[in-house]
Design a protein around this ligand. Structure first.
Ligand code: PLP
Length: 334
């Protein structure tokens, strides 16, 4: 069976690099949403917690409940509020602010320019009125960058708006509220980190998504994906392989089938421009649901060793490559 190898030392190495950049381990919130970007929610939660991280971010209550024993606080990005002293909830609209449980821990999301979620800065007065009137337990104020990983001024523009909002909150008498805006790219590119926590996802898994011009920030891919040999056959020159017979053997050759396919989350791609594995072998013919063919007789082959390179191949981003890998695939920690 195909499996995913998780390199514990690499994850710790990345977390350490990020903690140094942020100032301390306490300033890092590990983003473990979507099964820890496909790496395995509980596995990554356990390693992060052993390393000394006490804050995590997940998408919903289900994910939060699965890892609650590992963290002091878990920020939930999108779910209905429940009462749990270890969970805090992102509130992204005035509507939700009116309907949330006021006793739940609430973190208010501000739209400083991404225009996806969050209240607009000009709704802030209204939001504060509601928070005071409903005695909402406000514990955080946050925003999210639209293009921290791009070479333009969008990051500075949004950061400036967020800093103004932070000053405004501090003047309105709120105590014990944490402020956070940085994702991986924002943390890596910022000069001096001055917020309470950074929410780091992709960098912790080993991918620096900033253009080279921002300089070196060394990270190590945590995941590698492996498949095992299922069967081997000899092909005569001219014989075709797989659905549609897209591949025609240019000579007599020996090929094997390996147990990974698009059903596991490997992109199906284009058989005319086949994906090249880390060992330089090209996939032969079309990717099936559960199998691929390679000119190899090795018992196991590495399918992905650096999701950023794989992503380039499939014209997508590392996030999509790792997150697409199905939960049912076995994760092995080394
Ligand atoms: C996913 C997410 C992050 C993490 O982003 P990375 O680019 O992976 O570091 C941070 N904050 C929010 C709100 C997110 O949705």
């Amino acid at each position: 069976m195909a499996y995913i190898q998780i390199d514990k030392n690499n994850y710790i190495y990345n977390l350490n690099q990020l903690a140094i950049k942020a100032g301390s381990k306490d300033k890092i919130a590990v983003v473990l949403k979507d099964n820890a970007y496909g790496h395995g929610l509980e596995i990554m939660a356990k390693i992060a917690s052993e390393f000394g991280i006490s804050n995590a971010v997940v998408i919903d209550n289900r994910e939060a409940n699965a890892i609650k024993r590992y963290f002091k606080n878990i920020l939930i990005l999108n779910d209905t509020t429940t009462l749990n002293s270890h969970f805090s909830y992102t509130i992204s609209s005035i509507e939700r602010l009116k309907s949330c449980n006021p006793k739940s821990k609430i973190e208010l999301k501000i739209d400083t320019g991404m225009h996806r979620n969050g209240i607009m800065p000009d709704e802030l007065g209204k939001a504060i009125d509601i928070i005071k009137r409903r005695k909402i337990n406000l514990v955080g104020v946050m925003t999210h960058y639209a293009r921290a990983d791009e070479l333009d001024s969008g990051y500075y523009y949004q950061k400036k708006i967020f800093d103004e909002i932070r000053a405004y909150f501090n003047h309105t008498g709120f105590k014990g509220v944490r402020f956070h805006s940085h994702n991986s790219s924002a943390l890596i590119r910022c000069n001096s980190f001055d917020e309470d926590i950074a929410r780091v996802g992709i960098a912790s898994y080993g991918y620096n998504c900033l253009p080279d011009i921002f300089g070196e920030f060394n990270l190590k891919p945590v995941m590698s994906v492996w498949a095992n040999r299922v069967s081997t056959r000899r092909l005569k020159k001219g014989q075709r392989v797989g659905y549609g017979g897209d591949f025609i053997a240019p000579r007599d050759m020996i090929v094997s089938t390996y147990d990974i396919g698009y059903g596991d989350g490997l992109p199906r791609g284009d058989s005319q421009n086949p994906y090249t594995l880390p060992n330089e072998l090209k996939i032969i013919g079309r990717v099936s649901m559960d199998f691929i063919t390679l000119e190899s007789t090795k018992e196991r082959v590495c399918i992905i060793s650096d999701a950023k390179l794989t992503a380039k191949y499939f014209n997508t981003i590392s996030y999509e490559i790792t997150t697409s890998l199905k939960e049912a695939i076995k994760r092995i920690v080394v």
